[in-house]
Write a protein that binds this ligand. Structure first.
Ligand SMILES: [Zn+2]
Ligand SMILES: [Zn+2]
Length: 345
C-alpha cells in the first residue's frame, strides 16, 4: 500500500510499504477514506534531524473497517468510522471522568501515527472508534470534511473550552487562528459564551471565525494585543483558550484574563515547562492536555455535525490526493491554507 513518509526536512514523499495486519486482539484495520495534515505534523515536517523514510505523524482519519481482531465487539467489516487520534479504553478512571485522551491504561501509546496512508492499524479500537451511520457515499463532501474534523481538531477545540470551564455568558479569548482555534470558537459558542475574541492577523481566518460565532478579532500581539482585548471586553476575559503551543501564546492567554480567570491549553507545548506557581499571583486556573475525542464525539459532537448545528469542516480550505501530499504540507507550512485534506482514491 502507499504511505506518506518524511524524506527530509520540508519534504514528504510516498513509499510503498506492507499493508498493516491485525497484531493484537483489539486491533482494527481501516481503509482510509479521508485523512489530513495537522498543525502538529508540521513539527515533524520541519525537523532538520528527520531521517529519510520516517513514518508520517498523521493521526486523523475517517474510513471503512476492513478487518477486526477477535476482541472487537463494537464494529464490523464495512462499518464507516471516525478514527480519533487517541485510544481510550472507556473503562478506567480517566476515561470515565471524560479524559480518554489521557487514558490510564494506554499511557504512552495513546496517539495514532502513520495515518496518511491507504490502510491503518488502529490499536485499542474497541471503545475508541466512533461509528458513523451509513456509508461515505451517503454524505456530501462538506459533511465528510466535518466528520473528519471529529478525529482531532473539533474535539481538541472543544476540550480547550471544557477544561477552561466556559459557561453561558462568559467572555472568551481564543489564541490561535488555525484549525483548532477555529474549532475552539465553535466550541465556546456551543457552551454559551456571550463574547468570543479571536487573536488573528489573517483576514480569511478572521472572517471564518466571525461566521462561526466570534464577536470580535484582534490582530495585535503581545502587550498591545492584551490592551486591545481589555478595551473590547471592558476588562479581562473569564476564559482563554490556548491553541498554539508556544510560550508567546501562553503569555497572551494568561495576559488577557482577569484575576481568577481560567486558561485551557490544547496547543502541544513546544516550550520548557513553566513552574507551577507562575500563575499564583493572579489566581488563574490552568488545565489542558489531549482532547477526549471519543467521549465528545459519542456524547454530542457527532450529532451536532450530523444535525448541521456546527460546520467545522470549513477549516479544510484545500484538498489533495495522497500522491500530492508534499503540496498538502507545503500549503499549510506557508499558511496558504488553514488545513489540508487528503482524499484517497
Ligand atoms: Zn492533529
Ligand atoms: Zn481508559
Amino acid at each position: 500500500m502507499k504511505s506518506a513518509v518524511y524524506t527530509k526536512a520540508g519534504q514528504v514523499g510516498i513509499e510503498v510499504i506492507k499493508r498493516p495486519s491485525i497484531q493484537e486482539a483489539d486491533d482494527v484495520i481501516i481503509r482510509v477514506v479521508r485523512a489530513c495534515v495537522c498543525g502538529s505534523d508540521l513539527w515533524s515536517y520541519r525537523n532538520p534531524d528527520i531521517k529519510a523514510g520516517h513514518k508520517n505523524s498523521g493521526h486523523e482519519a475517517i474510513g471503512i473497517v476492513e478487518e477486526t481482531g477477535e476482541a472487537i465487539t463494537t464494529v464490523k467489516p464495512g462499518d464507516f468510522v471516525i478514527a480519533p487520534f487517541t485510544h481510550g479504553c472507556g473503562e478506567c478512571d480517566a476515561c470515565r471522568a471524560g479524559y480518554d485522551g489521557t487514558c490510564d491504561r494506554h499511557i504512552g501509546t495513546n496517539w495514532s501515527g502513520g495515518v496518511q496512508a491507504e490502510y491503518i492499524r488502529f490499536h485499542f479500537a474497541n471503545w475508541a472508534l466512533v461509528k458513523i451511520p451509513g456509508q461515505p457515499s451517503d454524505y456530501t463532501e462538506g459533511m465528510l470534511k466535518s466528520l473528519l474534523t471529529l478525529a482531532d481538531v473539533m474535539p481538541t477545540g472543544y476540550h480547550a473550552a471544557r477544561v477552561a470551564n466556559v459557561q453561558k455568558g462568559d467572555k472568551v479569548v481564543v489564541i490561535g487562528d488555525g484549525a483548532v482555534g477555529q474549532c475552539a470558537v465553535i466550541a465556546a459558542k456551543m457552551r454559551g459564551a456571550s463574547q468570543i475574541i479571536l487573536m488573528s492577523r489573517h483576514e480569511d481566518r478572521q472572517q471564518m471565525a466571525l461566521e462561526s460565532g466570534a464577536t470580535a478579532v484582534v490582530a495585535e500581539r503581545g502587550e498591545e494585543g492584551i490592551a486591545k482585548v481589555r478595551e473590547i471586553l471592558g476588562g479581562g476575559a473569564d476564559a482563554s483558550l490556548e491553541c498554539v503551543g508556544t510560550e508567546a501564546a501562553v503569555e497572551q492567554a494568561l495576559g488577557v484574563l482577569h484575576n481568577g480567570g481560567r486558561m485551557g491549553i490544547v496547543g502541544v507545548p513546544h516550550y520548557n515547562n513553566r513552574a507551577l506557581g507562575s500563575t499564583f499571583a493572579q489566581n488563574i486556573s490552568v488545565a489542558g492536555g489531549a482532547a477526549s475525542a471519543t467521549t465528545y464525539n459519542k456524547q454530542f459532537l457527532l450529532k451536532a455535525v450530523l444535525d448541521g448545528d456546527i460546520n467545522p469542516g470549513r477549516v479544510f480550505t484545500s484538498s489533495y490526493k495522497l500522491k500530492d501530499i508534499d503540496q498538502a504540507y507545503k500549503a499549510m507550512d506557508e499558511r496558504k491554507t488553514i488545513k489540508s485534506m487528503i482524499v484517497m482514491d
